[in-house]
Design a binder for this molecule. Structure first.
Ligand code: IOT
Ligand code: MG
Length: 508
């Protein structure tokens, strides 16, 4: 039996009648009809299940006693939840339904998971993200329907003749620019939508279920190191779910630490590294793979092909920030080249955010902690953890460093445990010192945009197209916006966008 989530994405419309909604989702996999009735309301739409999940994919929907739940993704501490709700539910959606019946919307304060959820209960539509909104969730309310999807592009156009609420004040959400009435549910938030007798459009109330810790913990260094190793180990084990995962390995400390933890449970672990003819980190990754004895593969993507991944990366991430796209694109390129059927993927993405790893040259602890606090308050909406990044190739990814319990600890540790003895991410390096080669745990950070060469490949392509060197950065921004308008707002399929044409358009 596959242990992949039942659903990796969905789009549904809720109203008093069944109004069809086209399933313009970038996630790939078998499409399943989602249909439910609860409290006089009709929910209908489409869910996408990982390939090979077969009929089990229907487990993304659970209905009982006038309450319906749609869940994309997975929950992590299932046994404790099942015990608390005294249920023998077998799918995560059934488990969530049982817990919801017990705790109500407050259940989302309890869950540690990687999910987006919709609950249809008496007179209410409840929309919930996990703590990090690691599965993005979008909503549009009209006088006739509530539309909900894990991808913005599925809701690019409102239903015909509907009165759209375009006022941008839907509690618990932020408006999506360029798409009338479309909103994104905030991270760690439940938006409760209710129809009132006076308002034509449903009104929302928000419940916060998580915020990044703003206080810092002093801890004996040895205890901090042990705590980090312990929480990370649990996060990795819960994500293995009895299945051999594929770990995307750069050979940096973040992904190498995961390789060590996976290898302790599963031999041989599967690891894969990606590079181009411009740059790669193959040697560093190979050192880890051979030390741990993983089943390791290397993948070289020609530089020009890497750049042609831009529409796919934008369609998956649904963002137009060129810096973040440079981090995400190499991963999308890698996922799209992994053979099927659907795989469970682990990444070391996100470790740098709570540990300040991207800021290795910052010397002062005060400055480091400010940067961490700032990064933790600005991640929402960047969709860096979106499952669509691997879902475009039918795979399911997860990110142990952004497990809620791991993240709570990493953010809260005082900065002197993150920058120590001249090393960045000290507490993580120290936690892994006896499991990895010395060259690995002492290795300086290289960002994926540098390690794959994407940063310079994109710049070079623009310069070759005639863009003056001093406007390359703004040309990247313009290109990313144009791609966003096309593959997200207009719903053009990514494979129909010509990147070479876009590059030429940037000239002048
Ligand atoms: P980086 O940390 O280099 O890579 C993220 C993950 O992608 C790695 O842990 C690894 O699992 C995978 N990876 C990286 N390079 C390769 C490769 N060549 N082959 C296979 N897998 C690879 C940016 C970055 O530089 O990525 N990510 C940061 C920070 C994000 C900043 N965002 C923010 N402030 N909101 C991070 O935290 O990981
Ligand atoms: Mg990293």
């Amino acid at each position: 039996m596959s242990t992949l989530p039942s659903l990796i994405g969905f789009c549904v419309r809720i109203g008093t009648e069944d109004i069809p909604l086209a399933a313009h989702l970038a996630v790939a996999g078998p499409r399943l009809p989602l249909q439910a009735r609860a409290a006089g309301t009709v929910l209908s739409g489409t869910g996408v299940s990982p390939q090979g999940n077969g009929a089990e994919g229907r487990g993304g929907l659970a209905v009982d006693d006038g309450v319906a739940v749609v869940l994309a993704g997975e929950l992590y501490h299932r046994d404790a939840l099942a015990a608390a709700a005294a249920t023998s539910a077998c799918t995560d959606a059934e488990l969530l339904l049982a817990c919801y019946q017990c705790y109500g919307p407050a259940v989302f304060r309890i869950l540690n998971g990687r999910f987006a959820a919709l609950v249809l209960a008496a007179g209410q539509v409840v929309l919930a993200t996990d703590h990090a909104s690691s599965v993005p969730l979008y909503v549009r309310t009209t006088d006739r329907t509530v539309e909900v999807s894990t991808e913005a592009k599925a809701l690019a156009r409102p239903p015909d003749n509907a009165v759209v609420d375009g006022h941008g004040d839907l509690a618990g959400t932020v408006p999506v620019a360029g798409s009338p009435g479309l909103h994104r549910v905030r991270a760690g938030t439940v938006a409760l939508l209710e129809r009132s007798a006076t308002a034509r459009i449903p009104v929302a109330r928000a419940v916060r279920t998580w915020t990044p810790p703003v206080s810092r913990i002093m801890m004996e260094p040895d205890r901090a190191v042990a705590a980090v190793a312990d929480r990370l180990d649990i996060a990795v084990r819960t994500r293995l779910a009895g299945e051999a995962p594929t770990l995307v390995l750069s050979g940096g400390i973040d992904s190498s630490a995961l390789a060590a933890l996976v290898s302790a449970v599963q031999t041989p672990a599967r690891t894969v590294s990606m590079g181009t003819e411009v740059a790669d980190e193959f040697e560093a990754a190979r050192a880890v793979a051979s030390h741990l004895g993983t089943e390791h593969t290397e993948l070289t993507v020609p530089a020009r092909d890497l750049l042609r991944e831009l529409p796919f990366a934008v369609a998956a991430a649904e963002i137009h920030d060129p810096d973040v796209l440079e981090y995400l694109l190499p991963l999308v390129a890698l996922y799209r080249r992994l053979p099927g059927p659907s795989r469970r993927i682990l990444t070391g993405y996100g470790a740098d955010i709570p540990l300040g790893g991207m800021h290795r040259t910052v010397a002062s602890l005060a400055e480091l902690d400010e940067i961490i606090a700032d990064d933790m308050s600005t991640f929402d909406g960047l969709n860096e953890f979106s499952p669509v990044l691997s879902g475009v190739a039918g795979h399911w990814s997860s990110h142990p460093y952004w497990d809620r319990d791991v993240l709570d600890l990493l953010v809260a540790l005082e900065p002197g445990l993150k920058r120590r003895d001249g090393l960045d991410k000290w507490v993580l390096r120290a936690a892994m010192a006896d499991r990895l080669p010395m060259q690995t745990w002492q290795r300086r950070k290289l960002g994926i945009h540098e390690g794959s060469g994407l940063n310079s490949i994109w710049s070079q392509a623009l310069r070759e197209a005639g863009v003056p060197p001093d406007t390359v950065a703004s040309a990247k921004r313009t290109m990313a916006r144009q791609l966003y308008a096309s593959v997200v707002l207009s719903g053009t399929p990514a494979d129909q966008v010509d990147v070479d044409m876009l590059l030429m358009r940037e000239v002048g």
